[in-house]
Design a protein around this ligand. Structure first.
Ligand code: SF4
Length: 322
């Protein structure tokens, strides 16, 4: 997909306060160094502050999520405790309002714990007892996800984990590829997408790769509905962690393509490095670097088209910790 040094720039949405904008309830921000210093070199970050977007001032009274009973069913409401105002509908409508812009996004970075932007484990209060459980999703984040079910979402705090960070950015770039064919979901386009995604999918979920390939191969017609379900399943499979074992299988699969090119000693060395990666002695970068070296020497179109080998710009250094 992305050749090293590529100038392709994707758009990713982000909570404004993570960009350093002083829009929080207390007039502060939560600047994310990874987003502002690293990602902006390659990605256009498009900022939104839902609370400011619905007309709330800075600084402002806090909002909290509350569990309310309505006609026998429970709802989650965003409430301003100081005034009693319920702003749930306004926050949901703000997500709908930005949907035209969100359609161009390949991912979204959300500010953790916020009753508007939090992706998970946001405090949900029981107004009767005053007790809170960390079990809700922010109102804006929830509607954003509903409107864009396949789009990768992640929270700022989780991006400090090298595995989660790598996984999110990889999904952003895969989804960016999808955006290029989203409006022309022909069977050929989907087959080509599936083929380039093959090794990535195998590293994350082998069974899902095969199921999706079978479904695609057997489909008489591919329409928008089929494509929507397909990409949701792909993105879900890619969000699963890639195990060392699966990576090892993929690396050995790639190694097979060089069978006729490498001398005995070179083959032994590559096998050895793959096994040392498998045993946790070497990082993933070690076998990948050697494989890319051989790929430059013995070009192979099939492998060059595999996003697994160049999922995102190398200088993001996302595979260093894997
Ligand atoms: S968490 Fe969301 S609503 Fe709160 S300040 Fe940041 S962008 Fe605005």
């Amino acid at each position: 997909m992305l050749q090293e040094g590529s100038t392709v720039r994707l758009k990713v949405g982000i909570s404004s306060c993570l960009m350093g904008d002083e829009v929080r309830f207390d007039g502060g921000h939560k600047r994310s160094a990874f987003a502002t210093d690293e990602l902006t070199r390659h990605i256009d970050l498009v900022r939104f502050c839902p609370e400011v977007g619905i007309g709330m001032p800075v600084p402002r009274p806090t909002i909290r999520l509350e569990k309310h009973a309505n006609d026998g069913s429970e709802t989650v409401e965003a409430v301003v405790p100081k005034t009693g105002e319920i702003v749930t509908t306004k926050l949901s409508e703000f997500a709908d309002k930005i949907q035209i812009k969100a359609k161009d996004l390949s991912g979204y970075i959300l500010c953790a714990k916020s009753p508007s932007c939090g992706m998970e484990r946001v405090k949900l209060y029981d107004p009767e007892t005053g007790h809170a459980r960390k079990e809700a999703t922010g109102i804006f984040a929830s509607r954003l996800q509903e409107n864009n079910p396949a789009m990768p979402l992640e929270e700022d705090g989780r991006l400090n984990d090298p595995h989660l960070r790598e996984n999110f950015i990889m999904r952003v770039y895969v989804y960016g590829q999808w955006k290029q064919i989203e409006d022309t979901p022909t069977k050929n386009n989907l087959l080509s997408f599936h083929s380039s995604c093959k090794l990535l999918l195998l590293a994350h979920n082998q069974q899902r790769y095969r199921e999706l390939g079978k479904r695609l191969g057997e489909a008489d017609t591919v329409n928008a509905e089929f494509a929507t379900q397909y990409i949701r399943d792909v993105m879900e499979a890619l969000s699963e962690p890639a195990s060392r074992r699966n990576h090892t299988n993929v690396l050995q699969h790639i190694q097979g393509y060089f069978k006729g090119d490498l001398e005995h000693q070179q083959r032994e060395e590559l096998s050895d490095i793959i096994l040392q990666y498998h045993d946790g002695i070497l990082p993933l970068m070690s076998p990948l670097t050697l494989i890319k070296h051989y790929l430059r020497e013995f070009p192979k179109e099939y492998l060059e088209n595999q996003w697994y080998l160049n999922p995102y710009p190398v200088d993001l250094k996302l595979r260093y910790g894997l």
